[in-house]
Ligand binder design. Structure first.
Ligand code: SAM
Length: 290
């Protein structure tokens, strides 16, 4: 039982609902063009570090002929993924000890995972389970644009809460989060140095702007609520991991403030009071073959 990531770093809902947006079917063609997979073949696809499963679920919809497996070492993510996504075999496992035979997959894919694992371990594991000429796809979130609406601004109470929490939080260093981050030029080098060929890079831009006219009300609400889940789970992480330093009253007040902000933003949206807050993700996709 390992729940380090879901407890200390990012909660299941934070990952799930943000990835539901990032991998919404409206963006599928942009991803699929860069994945460049053989649509005729009955592909065996493995997602490594699948988190709470939203991307694997998207792959199951985008490649209905494929057989899709997804692994993560966080037990809570795997439990959540099994409950929320269909058409994928979710397995609790470590990337460095994949429970699969050599040369058993046509495609291995990951999203925002490479930066947490030593490159030699990360790529060797994938080389082993890929068939000859198999495809390795590495997705990585790069610097994007984030302009929140005015109503999300932190008040003095929140600022003091997060300042205090920071003092006791060493989880980023402790669990090597982002320790192996590489820039856009170094990333393909690392893939090549670790045994992959025919490497190509590409980028997908995902624009999440609730006030855009081509965004449906359901999708706009989902954008706002994904931020709500993330805010609430960040507070819950403090509640679970630093309970000796924070009272129930402080935690509840933080949750009330957070919920109130997202309620305000929903109301503004519903009343057509434009805010033009925006979040634009730049997703780098590296494609290499074994
Ligand atoms: C930033 S999260 C990304 C999760 C998911 N790919 C997504 O985009 O929502 C990184 C994930 O890698 C997983 N992870 C990190 N090291 C791992 C390892 N050695 N074996 C399996 N999973 C690992 C974590 O549990 C976490 O779910």
């Amino acid at each position: 039982m390992n729940t380090i990531w879901s407890k200390f770093i990012q909660g299941a809902k934070t990952l799930y609902y943000s990835r539901k947006l990032r991998f919404d079917d409206k963006f599928a063609n942009m991803y699929k063009a860069l994945f460049n997979l053989d649509k005729q073949k009955k592909l065996k696809i493995l997602e490594i570090g699948c988190g709470s499963g939203a991307f694997a679920g998207a792959l199951a919809r985008w490649y209905p002929n494929a057989e899709i497996s997804a692994i993560d070492r966080d037990s809570e993510f795997i439990r959540f993924a099994k409950e929320h996504e269909r058409g994928v075999t979710f397995i609790e496992a470590d990337i460095t000890a994949l429970p699969f035979a050599d040369e058993s997959f046509d495609v291995v894919i990951s999203n925002t995972v490479y930066e947490h694992i030593k490159p030699s371990l990360f790529y060797n594991a994938q080389l082993r389970v890929l068939k000859p000429n198999g495809v390795c796809l590495v997705l990585s979130s790069r610097k994007g644009i984030a302009v929140p609406p005015d109503c999300y601004a932190q008040n003095a109470y929140e600022k003091a809460f997060w300042k205090k929490a920071e003092q006791y939080d060493n989880s980023i260093e402790k669990y090597s989060v982002g320790k192996y981050y590489l820039n856009e030029a170094k990333l393909p080098f690392a893939m090549e140095q670790n045994g992959f060929k025919h490497i190509k890079t590409g980028y997908v831009i995902v624009n999440l702007t609730p006030d855009n006219t081509d965004i449906s009300p359901e999708f706009a609400h989902a954008i706002i609520d994904a931020d709500r889940y993330s805010a609430i789970e960040s507070i819950e992480s403090v509640e679970q991991t630093m309970s000796e330093y924070f009272s129930n009253q402080e935690i509840n007040e933080m949750k009330r403030i957070a919920n109130n902000k997202y309620d305000i933003r929903i109301k503004q949206y519903d009343n057509n009071e434009k805010q033009w807050d925006t979040s634009v993700s730049v997703i780098m996709i590296m494609r290499g073959t074994k």
